[in-house]
Design a protein around this ligand. Structure first.
Ligand SMILES: [Zn+2]
Length: 489
């Protein structure tokens, strides 16, 4: 394919604040009753005055700092004028030439994707089109909710890269606690600007895709548009600069309208709000100090500290609470490992056991619930003890599953469960031998098969012995005694 794809993203994010952007109305994305959280300010009544929500500003600046942006000393709000029934004032308070954050980047794998700006504005209301009626309804609960807009440089070159960027950004926003960024709920909305050219400096005609409500639709929408534009260009037609909507059911983009230029909005400085000024660097440093370890930092640290594989690291980074639980569990081992001579290989072996049981077995029991729910009662201390029992070969993997299920139900100590249920491994040679003798006497054919040289007969007998002991016989001892017994007779 001779065409090069160039993509820039515009991402809107509803901030998680108590109140709306310029009034005291509740910012409640779950409010079901229409027009409940409204007041004269967010309804745009004449004579009202907006007041800046400082928490929203902090959150935008925090995001900007986390994305390596420069935070200018001065920034201001502007009016973006346009008419639409969901916009009560007839203009939206936004930021134009002096936003809060400029010129940052986010790394995807090893590639830096430039971030042009991050600014703050207010969300609009919602229109509800009554079916088969000649009217529409409007709900202003969302009007005035703080909305952050992030614009990237056209540094993205594929659908997969765009998706990765959006996913990584969502994770960062959640780590920062600035937004839940749930795409299905419209808390994070991605718009794509895409153009094709033959690699020359001048970019091709830009098409915007809207209505992308999931990461999957971001990827599919871009792939569709690459194909559509390629076919167009190859048949000698020109691309029209326009906005297209993604139809997820049909899997196509549909023309919506031709694109407005910035001058159509007649931006002007918002006269009712003061210019924002960071008087000292302390204010910025305070916000910077609130930034926790971010996903990329965590990936690198987990790799270095625990030497676990990348796939598991990704699970622990994406499920932040699971990662925190893992670290709490690992810290329980520090004394025990010291007694064992503090070998690095022991530590990483334990870490591997721990991640495997966390990610497969425990997540299986959780069945989609979160590990930080109050219903979850296994303490990291008990989980560490459980891992130790497995590590030391005190319980088989079959018993381990049963113990974990019990712990999940009762929160009890694993050693106590094993004792109460009589699940301790049988390590007594005499006892194992007794079980083996019973199995041999009941399986003459398999014994003969083994003597004729059929190796799988041996495996069959092991299986029978383990079943008879209900998984409790120590596998190595079983192997050892069975081999001796069979070769002797
Ligand atoms: Zn209000």
């Amino acid at each position: 394919m001779p065409y090069k794809t160039t993509i820039g993203l515009e991402i809107h994010v509803e901030l998680k604040t108590k109140a709306k952007m310029f009034c005291d109305c509740k910012n409640d994305p779950d409010e079901k009753e229409p027009n409940r959280n409204v007041c004269p300010i967010c309804l745009g009544h004449p004579g009202t005055l907006p007041v800046i929500n400082r928490e929203a500003v902090r959150r935008v600046v925090k995001t900007g700092l986390a994305l390596n942006c420069k935070i200018p000393e001065y920034s201001k709000f502007d009016r973006k004028n346009y008419f639409y029934p969901d916009l009560p004032k007839g203009y939206q308070i936004s930021q134009y030439d002096q936003p809060f954050c400029l010129k940052g980047y986010l790394k995807i794998d090893k590639k830096k994707i430039g971030i042009t700006r991050v600014h703050l504005e207010e969300d609009t209301g919602k229109l509800i089109h009554a079916q088969n009626e000649d009217y529409s309804l409007v709900d202003f609960n969302r009007a005035g909710i703080p909305l952050m807009e992030l614009v990237t440089e056209p540094d993205i070159n594929s659908a997969k890269e765009a998706r990765q960027f959006a996913e990584e950004l969502q994770m960062i926003l959640r780590y920062l606690g600035v937004s839940d960024a749930d795409m299905e709920k419209g808390q994070m909305r991605v718009e794509v600007n895409i153009s094709l050219n033959k690699g020359e400096k001048k970019l091709g005609t830009k098409v915007e895709i809207k209505n992308l409500n999931s990461f999957r639709s971001v990827e599919r929408g871009i792939d569709f548009e690459i194909k559509r534009q390629t076919d167009f260009l190859e048949s000698g037609k020109n691309i029209v600069q326009e906005t297209r909507g993604w139809d997820d059911n049909k899997g196509i983009t549909v023309s919506q309208r031709e694109k407005e230029e910035a001058q159509d909005y007649r931006y002007l400085p918002e006269p009712d709000l003061p210019m924002h000024h960071f008087k000292t660097t302390d204010a910025l440093d305070n916000i910077r100090a609130e930034i926790p370890e971010l996903p990329q930092g965590k990936r690198e640290r987990f790799k270095k500290e625990y030497a676990i594989d990348e796939k598991n690291i990704e699970v622990l980074v994406q499920n932040r609470e699971l990662g925190e639980y893992f670290e709490k569990t690992m810290s329980e081992f520090s004394n025990w490992l010291k007694e064992e001579g503090n070998k690095k290989e022991n530590f990483s072996k334990i870490a591997k056991f721990c991640t495997n049981y966390l990610i497969t077995d425990l997540q299986g029991l959780l069945a989609g619930d979160k590990i930080d729910d109050k219903d979850f009662i296994i303490t990291p201390e008990n989980f560490a003890e459980y891992i130790t029992l497995i590590y030391q070969g005190k319980i088989s993997s079959k018993i381990a599953k049963m113990v974990l299920a019990e712990m999940y139900k009762s929160g009890a100590d694993p050693s106590q469960i094993i004792e109460e249920k009589g699940w301790a491994q049988i390590e007594d040679y005499g006892e194992v031998e007794k079980i083996i003798q019973e199995v041999i006497s009941q399986n003459n054919k398999a014994v003969e098969d083994f003597k004729k040289g059929k190796e799988n007969a041996f495996q069959f007998l092991i299986g029978q012995i383990m079943a008879k002991s209900r998984g409790k016989a120590h596998p190595e001892i079983v192997r050892e005694i069975l081999k001796k017994t069979l070769t002797k007779t």
